[in-house]
Design a protein around this ligand. Structure first.
Ligand code: LMR
Length: 400
């Protein structure tokens, strides 16, 4: 009965790892998926995560019961404070409802399905380009996806004018997906001044902002600085949604831990919204897993662990920034044609190199370097040892 099933293509991002794993070359380099690696090229489990896990293991009162449908209450509260700021009026007025989600993706999906059921406007505007999973998540949530201009290939920076024009001509009430910081894949963010401009436009047109916050702390090394965009929206009295992921900033990729917060007008609305979120979640996966959320809560509520986390987070962010400088310098030394200053200007985990899919295919074939076909490289996957190999490959790709 399944003989007619055609083979689906691999995922454009996760499929890069599949191809990488099959390559027997000792020089192979995976710069596809956004996952942090140490200078030795190894995955990193943060010290604070190990400590939190130890505490959890040593606590005999810890059991493996089901969590409530909305997840771990303590985790939800702390997550909302982390992204919105504990002095945020929306939190103080109890107007925020937060549910635990299956990392960023699951949180976006629950938010998308809630909007498709209960919000009057079904169109969501997503930036062009955006994370490859966004259009699929929202389409399958039941929303209709449109794009707004975001990136300007000519300047390799923000197309601010295009963004304002497109959001300005979106129908009133439309949902707008905004990357809170460290835009994926471009590494290009609005300045704080531009964010304020966007906020005014969004509010004046009654658009509904939906933030994807997957890199808080990764862009600048500061958790507060990277939450500024969300906080200005959440402080102005209007509604917004925020999906948070702890995959990158706590290195909890496989634990699938995240949160969805919905900032509402009143506490009463927030509690009704939560009751409906439960109806979205229950038939999807019943309730979320306990381990990752317990790790996060343990870290966020303990001042010492929290401080240690910020130090480890900053070290990861700084290592990525130094990789940018090293790659830029290596291309300069080789005299690689073109302006590569965007490598040091862009922020977060990725550099949107400007290499085209032919050049990417060449680098994979000849240099065993794996990256997404849009020319995005994960800077977090680079090390001082591998920068020369990548620079050689880029040089060869653009001069061939
Ligand atoms: C990425 O863009 O590489 C990450 O967000 C991982 C993923 O799930 O795609």
């Amino acid at each position: 009965v399944f003989a007619h099933v055609v083979r689906a293509p691999e995922d454009p991002i996760l499929g890069v790892t599949v191809a990488y794993n099959k390559d027997p070359s000792p020089n192979k380099l995976n710069l596809g998926v956004g996952a942090y690696r140490t200078e030795e090229g190894k995955p990193l489990v943060l010290n604070v995560v190990r400590q939190a896990e130890q505490q959890l293991v040593n606590d005999p009162s810890r059991v493996k019961e089901y969590l409530p449908i909305v997840g771990l209450a303590e985790f939800n509260k702390l997550s909302a404070k982390l992204i919105l700021g504990s002095d945020n009026p929306a939190i103080q007025e109890n107007r925020v409802t937060t549910v635990q989600g299956l990392s960023g993706t699951g949180s976006l999906r629950v938010g998308g399905e809630f909007l498709a059921r209960h919000y009057h406007e079904r169109t969501i505007y997503i930036p062009q380009p955006t994370w490859g999973n966004h259009p699929k998540v929202f389409t399958l949530s039941g929303l209709s996806v449109k794009t707004y201009r975001y990136y300007d290939p000519a300047t390799r920076g923000l197309n601010f004018q295009g963004l304002l024009e497109d959001l300005g001509s979106a129908p009133s009430g439309a949902i707008v997906l905004l990357h809170a910081c460290a835009h994926n894949p471009t590494g290009v963010d609005p300045t704080l001044e531009q964010w304020e401009h966007i906020r005014k436009l969004v509010r004046s047109k009654a658009l509904l902002p939906f933030f994807d916050s997957a890199y808080q702390g990764f862009a600048s090394g500061s958790l507060d600085a990277d939450a500024q965009s969300v906080r200005i929206f959440a402080a102005d009295g209007g509604e917004c949604l925020v999906a948070q992921s702890y995959a990158k900033n706590m290195g909890l990729y496989g634990e699938r831990v995240g949160a969805l917060s919905i900032v509402c007008k009143t506490a009463d609305v927030a509690s009704r919204v939560e009751s409906q979120l439960k109806l979205v979640i229950r038939p999807m996966y019943s309730n979320p897993p306990i381990h990752g959320a317990s790790i996060v809560a343990t870290i966020l509520k303990d001042r010492n662990l929290y401080n240690e986390w910020t130090i480890e987070l900053k070290a990861m962010a700084d290592r990525i920034i130094s990789m940018r400088q090293q790659l830029f310098d290596a291309l300069k030394t080789r005299g690689t044609p073109g302006d590569w200053s965007h490598i040091i200007k862009q922020i977060g985990m990725f550099t949107f190199t400007g290499l085209n899919s032919d050049q990417v295919a060449f680098m994979t074939k000849e240099y065993h370097i794996y990256m997404t076909s849009d020319g995005r490289i994960s800077m977090a996957g680079l090390s001082s040892r591998t920068v020369p190999h990548l620079a050689d490959a880029i040089h060869a790709a653009v001069t061939r």
